[in-house]
Design a protein around this ligand. Structure first.
Ligand SMILES: NC(=O)C1=CN([C@@H]2O[C@H](COP(=O)(O)OP(=O)(O)OC[C@H]3O[C@@H](n4cnc5c(N)ncnc54)[C@H](O)[C@@H]3O)[C@@H](O)[C@H]2O)C=CC1
Ligand SMILES: O=C(O)CCC(=O)C(=O)O
Length: 451
């Protein structure tokens, strides 16, 4: 009899906790998937025998390295860099790089684990990885960021490659940082290949990558609404964050007729009851990306808006909540508040922004929940298209890419529906996405035998 026949969910999680002590975000992400997969594989002996879930929850490798750089005052600074390559059963490792002071092994292992299922859901051949460093770009000069990125790539280049592992951006890592890293990769290796995505358009980047995650989130929300016989017109939307994902989610929601009433950063949130128009969203993009300012300045710029220091936006009444900032930013109290205010849907733009307890409360209240691994997969999907364009040395047109992004999001929604419980009138998108994402990776792993 297979060993896993004797293991229940609690024993499985106890093993994960024992082998990964103190890595609470990683435990949380594995638990969230394991609950659903244990249900799914209950009567599927082959996955048990091959210990597939246990293997997916053990990264292929975790690389950790020292990153030394000099600040503008000539001080030597030391950071810790990582690349977590979780699983490459269905394609080269793929996933972003996060530069933020909170980065540690637990956060990157959770992100790489999640990425494995997300990339599977896109239908494109990409495995899952994530990386980054505990480097805080906030308040650093351009030259400091450049020196850090160059030093980071001086080690990372050994572990990545266009057919091996293709990193991209994430929190704190945008076009500027990708540029500095690509420049260093090219200098060290003398190779001009698609080793990173999110590149500038002049040097191998893809149109539509910048807006793809945020737009994709709203497309997924649109498909969820359509499934329920509704649309975005006139809906009140609360967005958190004011970075790449948040601003483009706000933009697409506004274009599709919704009214976005909040945005936030780590200092607090802005409530603009009049709604974030395109002009206001453009101001936020410029202010945050180019001037690297704080969102609180919004209220000096636009009348009628208020800034709520140290608070999250979930107390503002809305039909749809789009958490687009960071992990665990929507907890049980926030979920209760959203339910009390009559919210119909929570759709995740950030990775794991909703705690497991909050998801449970939303489910119980029958609030539709779009999980990150499905809803925010548009970004990595267009990264996949950037990889194809780099390999063929061809560039797709903007209209082609916009159409492909829309189709990919619709297909992800359909893949979820295929695993929804036909006996229930509530679509559990989180469970369906976990099963759909798992099955493709698991079947590929079975084909490879025990490796
Ligand atoms: N950029 C992309 O293509 C993708 C990003 N994501 C996820 O979306 C989320 C946001 O990423 P990006 O927009 O790319 O990053 P970004 O660096 O452009 O923006 C991050 C935003 O979150 C805010 N933030 C960070 N920590 C916060 C905190 N503790 N409280 C409140 N706000 C906080 C920042 O102020 C900023 O507005 C992350 O969870 C990321 O993993 C997911 C899929 C793809
Ligand atoms: O485009 C990519 O490879 C990165 C996307 C990412 O990091 C994510 O989906 O969380």
């Amino acid at each position: 009899m297979a060993i896993s026949d004797h293991v229940n969910l609690e024993q499985f999680m106890a093993g994960v906790q024992r082998r990964n002590p103190g890595e609470t975000e990683f435990h949380q992400a594995v638990y969230e998937v394991a609950v659903d997969i244990f249900d799914f594989i209950q009567d599927k002996e082959i996955y048990h025998e091959a210990q597939i879930l246990r293997r997916i929850a053990e990264p292929d490798r975790v690389v950790s390295f020292r990153v030394c750089w000099e600040d503008d005052n000539g001080n030597v600074r030391v950071q810790r860099g990582y690349r977590v390559q979780n699983n490459n059963a269905i394609g080269p490792y793929k996933g972003g790089l996060r530069f933020h002071k909170s980065v540690d092994q637990s956060i990157l292992k959770f992100l790489a684990f999640e990425q494995t299922f997300k990339n599977s859901l896109t239908g494109l051949p990409m495995g899952g990885a994530k990386g980054g460093a505990d480097f805080n770009p906030k308040g650093k000069s351009d030259n400091e960021v450049m020196r850090f990125c160059q030093s980071f790539m001086t080690e990372l280049y050994r572990h990545v490659g266009e057919d091996t592992d293709v990193p991209a951006g994430d929190i704190g890592t945008g076009a500027r940082e990708i540029g500095y890293m690509f420049g260093q990769y090219k200098r060290i290796t003398n190779r001009y290949v698609g080793v990173l995505t999110g590149k500038g358009l002049e040097w191998g980047g893809s149109l539509v990558r910048t807006e793809s995650t945020g737009y994709g989130v709203v497309y997924f929300a649109e498909d969820m609404l359509a499934q329920a016989g509704d649309d975005l017109e006139g809906k009140q939307v609360a967005v958190s964050g004011s970075g790449n994902v948040a601003t483009f989610a706000a933009e697409k929601a506004t274009q599709l007729g919704a009214r976005v009433v909040t945005m936030s950063d780590s200092d607090g949130f802005v409530h603009d009851p009049g709604g974030f128009t395109q002009e206001k969203i453009d101001w936020v993009k410029r202010h945050k990306t180019h001037y690297r300012g704080r969102l609180s300045a919004y209220v000096d710029q636009f009348k009628g808006a208020t800034f709520h220091a140290g608070e999250r936006p979930w107390s503002v009444p809305c039909d749809i909540a789009l958490p687009c900032a960071t992990q665990n930013e929507l907890g049980p109290d926030d979920a209760r508040q959203l339910v009390a205010n009559g919210a119909r849907m929570v759709v995740e733009g950030a990775n794991m922004p909703t705690t497991n307890d909050a998801v449970k409360l939303l489910r119980e209240a029958r609030v539709l929940f779009g999980p990150a691994k499905a809803a925010n997969a548009g970004g990595v999907a267009v990264s996949g298209l950037e990889m194809s364009q780099n390999q063929t040395r061809m560039a797709l047109r903007e209209d082609e890419l916009q159409k492909l992004l829309r189709e990919i999001m619709r297909n992800i929604h359909s893949r979820c529906l295929a695993y929804a419980d036909p006996r229930s009138d509530y679509i559990d998108y989180a469970k369906a996405a976990n099963i759909a994402g798992f099955k493709k990776v698991a079947d590929a792993m079975l084909a490879f035998g025990v490796v």
